[in-house]
Write a protein that binds this ligand. Structure first.
Ligand code: ADP
Ligand code: ADP
Ligand code: ZN
Length: 215
């Protein structure tokens, strides 16, 4: 089984991904998380990706597709995977179609999580992330029990550099220009389900669950 979560930065992809992978025992492939961890450990990939990420630009396709190709071969992908934040360009999408047969599955659904721009800015600038386990919080919408401390593991929470207002605006522009064309691309293949992401976390998940139950 392969599900793709498509949507702008801050739409709630990571938040919904946690629930989806539990429900269907899927491997969670979040290219943003993989890239951030490569930057943190200073690998060759991380060194190449860092300045694109700092500026809110997309990392070049050839770097990202290579990492996805390898990740799909990991043993935890046998039941299938949830792609979160990939593909982000039409070029990445056509690459995915080429490599999926090797991994043994095809795309089941593309869930397009749609949120208005004002909320996206509020969600991104208020987001806080755990430095140890990566869990994501929000100052207003999902505050931790103790300020700046992760409920799950006790780690410190921090604000991602690219969640500063200036970079957020750039990322939203990049999304419109480079990623939004994927909506038509998958619409033509009749794979898209539109999800109203403006609602609260549980209501968004309910819409997704209905779709998962049909697969
Ligand atoms: P968000 O979920 O808030 O949109 P991500 O964590 O998915 O952010 O991505 C953070 C950054 O990592 C992006 O701004 C981009 O630089 C890089 N990135 C993540 N996924 C991709 C991808 N599929 N293609 C190119 N760059 C990517
Ligand atoms: P993405 O992975 O698409 O960038 P996240 O899942 O990290 O998005 O969510 C972005 C921010 O918005 C986080 O701070 C998260 O806690 C918050 N958030 C996610 N879903 C909702 C929602 N339905 N309503 C309000 N806030 C949300
Ligand atoms: Zn944590």
């Amino acid at each position: 089984m392969l599900i793709i979560l498509l949507g702008p930065p801050g739409a709630g992809k990571g938040t919904q991904a946690e629930r989806i992978i539990k429900e269907r025992q899927l491997a969670h492939i979040a290219t943003g998380d993989i890239l951030r961890s490569a930057v943190k450990t200073g690998t060759t990939l991380g060194r190449k990706a860092k300045h694109f990420m700092d500026q809110g630009k997309l990392v070049p396709d050839e770097l990202v597709v290579e990492l996805v190709k390898e990740r799909l071969m990991d043993p935890d992908c046998v039941n299938g995977a949830l792609l979160d934040g990939f593909p982000r360009t039409v070029n990445q999408a056509s690459f995915l179609e080429q490599v999926l047969p090797n991994a043994g599955f095809g795309i089941d659904r593309v869930l397009s999580v749609e949120v208005d721009e004002k909320s996206l800015i509020e969600r991104l600038t208020g987001r806080r992330v755990c430095s140890d386990c990566g869990a994501s919080y929000h100052l207003k919408f999902k505050a931790p029990q103790v300020r700046n401390v992760c409920d799950r593991c006790g780690g410190d929470l921090f604000q991602r550099d690219d969640d500063a207002l200036g970079t957020v605006k750039e990322r939203l522009q990049v999304y419109k220009k480079q990623t939004e064309p994927l909506m038509d691309y998958y619409q033509e293949k009749k794979l898209i389900d539109r999800i109203d992401g403006n609602l609260d976390v549980e209501q968004v998940y309910e819409q997704i669950k209905k779709i998962l139950d049909q697969i």
